[in-house]
Write a new protein. Sequence first.
Length: 572
Amino acid sequence: MQKKPFTVADYLLTRLKQLDVTEVFQIPGDYVKHFTQTLEHFDGVTAIGAMNELDAAYAADAYGRTRGLAAVSLQFGVSTFSALNAIAGAYVERSPVVVITATPGSDDRQMTKMYDVLFHHSTGNLNADQQVYEQVTVAAITLSTAAGAPEKIDQLLIAAITHKRPVYIACYEEVWGEVCTPPLGKALQPEVLKSDPLALEAAVAQAWKQIIAAKHPMIFAGVEILRHGLSDLLQEIIDASGFLYTTTTLGKSVLTEKGDKFIGTYSDAASIKSVINEVDQADCFLTLGTILTDDYLWFVQNKYATMVLADTAQVRAGYYTYKNVTMKDFMEALLVLFKKTKGYPHTTIAPPQPKYPEPWISNSDPDWDDKPDVITYNRFFQHSMQFLQKQNMLKDIVMTFGVSSALYVATNAYGLHRNSFISSAAWQVIGYETGAACGAQLGSGKRAWTIAGDGGFMMMCQSLSTLARNKLNAVIFVMSNQVYAIEQVYVNLNSFKPGPAHKFDTFDLLPEWDYPALAKAYGAAGFRVTTIAELNDVLGKIKNITDKPVLVQVVIPEKDLPEQMRRLGEEG
């Protein structure tokens, strides 16, 4: 039997496999057929067929966050443009995804020149895909020939794993099937970025002055620490300094949440009261790897001068900024100083974490105090978190969230394991959580535990079919109140007051779906719970479901307003 020639598609897949990418999410297409046909039979990399482009790209994003690199194969134009929203989120939130596609080939392009033919899926500008993706990637290339392909593919992948952000590669249609030399050497490595020595020295000196002058310093950790593999270094700094630490919502679970230095996640007014108090009292913030969005306007406006900030863009100490200083070098230099300094560090102990049923019971909507069996946002987390803790399941799950009221309530959770809280907390897209479930589970090897709202799930319900198709036992809870509740909070908070005089805006009202019937249609297990007793019963049942996804409709009152969201709405 004649040996199949090694092609450009084989080269990319070999490099991906070396980087531990063992699944590639895909949408089929004629232009990209040479790649997808190679993928279908490639040893060690599995094609994960998705139901639509956002489904595939959200899954790839979550896979990249848990595995360190991901790939998604898309058709030209109609697929790449549909997936753009997801890749933009991956760019903002630092998830390395390789976007793979193909354009009309050399013969098609000649036809365009000769006869002015508009090829399908094209805007008329055959470079439009790359031009658009250049805005949300750190590298974007289109290969018109196999010549030089290995070097260009290597450079592209190195950019992705160095900067932890998406990259884009297209080939002329025929190029994916052209002969190529196999990779030489082992797996690619990230580029080692080094600091300017003088800039590093100046940044550390200024930062140290600010740190040792503080009476109540604190570490504020963000997601870039996790993405760049600096969690262990962060733990060393916490141990050596004795500082308390908190995280952003996006950076939640940058470390396993335990010990006497973690005060809880800081999510502005949605935070637990003790967390808000500690942040308010702190007079120096060693802010590492954080993405400071407008969720943190109060913090930036009130604590800017007290910040010593290091991220992948710069280092800043108070009002002094330093370019060409890497976050890793800066952290390592500070660690040396913390270890050298005797009699310092601070030895503050974090306030004790609230114990069940806190923090949920005090944050539950008081309008339902006289109906203790009604499920509210906070009561859902109260009972589901207790279940996970009692069953020792926190180590075995990865939570996914889009932007919703549930996201901000969930930030109060404590005890999550490292990299087990995946959210669209910066890009803030509704529906991310359901599409992300597949990639989060495949990438981490843990069971996806997803909490969505009606609106988010309705946008991405077909992802349930992808989960069923791949026999993944992810659990999707839909907090079902038939409204875009988080949108209404910022539109008109008074709408949540009792009585018919206070109504939601029509554009925030959603249709009623039969979720258990939908689950059955997609091949998933389906449940509907309306009381605390029913919720606890279903939690026990889903633990033992292993071969299919689970959809749980959690019926909550339309006007349930968790106190976390009330505080955010009043602040906004």
